[in-house]
Write a protein that binds this ligand. Structure first.
Ligand code: 5GP
Length: 191
């Protein structure tokens, strides 16, 4: 059998666009795709699982890992750090498994610089108003974090053009199907 490297995919979207929901469905339907578990210093939400959704670590631990060059890329926003583990990506792609990283727009662009062959997918909301409404409904952030996420969404939407593929999340089921068929094509049928 040919020893083919796995593909690296990054999926980004402004907070509240629904990318976590979309990604969960996709991971269920495409078992050969591995989710890149990031490290973060933000607090765990009730429905999240350590080592599955994130590795929840302290700021001290995070900074040590930056010094030791453990991250392919990392970003600090909303007062918290988020980083993609280099070993996680490398171990998987070198054994032929494709990896999907759910990371912010800037992180995705950094990833592309290091792995130019990686593929970036951007999920976008039908409108800015709709995004604000969804994030409010989700109700997972305090007022200050909510405001920061909305402000950041503007910047992220402006950087969208640098991505390879775009999926609008207007109707969730449709967005899931569209993203899934795109990823199948990327993994199995080249770009
Ligand atoms: P949340 O706090 O809602 O889980 O994530 C906030 C933002 O951090 C999201 O846009 C998410 O995609 C991004 N994020 C999660 N992990 C990483 C990572 O490892 N690197 C970067 N750059 N962003 C990440």
């Amino acid at each position: 059998m040919k020893n083919k490297k796995g593909v690296i995919i990054a999926i980004s979207a402004p907070s509240g666009t629904g990318k976590t929901t979309i990604l969960k469905e996709i991971l269920r339907d495409i078992p050969e795709l591995v989710f890149s578990v990031s490290a973060t210093t933000r607090k765990k939400r009730d429905d999240e699982i350590e080592g599955v959704d994130y590795f929840f670590i302290t700021e001290d631990e995070f900074k040590k890992k930056i010094e030791r060059n453990k991250f392919v890329e990392w970003e600090k926003f909303y007062d918290y750090y988020y980083g993609t583990y280099k070993s996680f990506i490398e171990d998987n792609i070198n054994t032929g498994k494709s990896v999907i990283a759910e990371i912010d727009v800037k992180g995705a662009l950094s990833l592309k610089k290091i792995y130019p062959e990686s593929v970036l997918i951007f999920i976008y909301p039908p409108s800015f108003d709709e995004l604000e409404k969804r994030l409010k409904k989700r109700n997972t952030e305090n007022d200050s974090d909510f405001k920061k996420r909305i402000e950041r969404a503007g910047m992220e939407l402006r950087l969208k053009e640098k991505f390879d593929y775009f999926v609008e999340n207007k109707v969730l089921d449709k967005a899931i199907l569209e993203t899934e068929s795109l990823i199948q094509k990327i993994i199995h049928g080249g770009k």
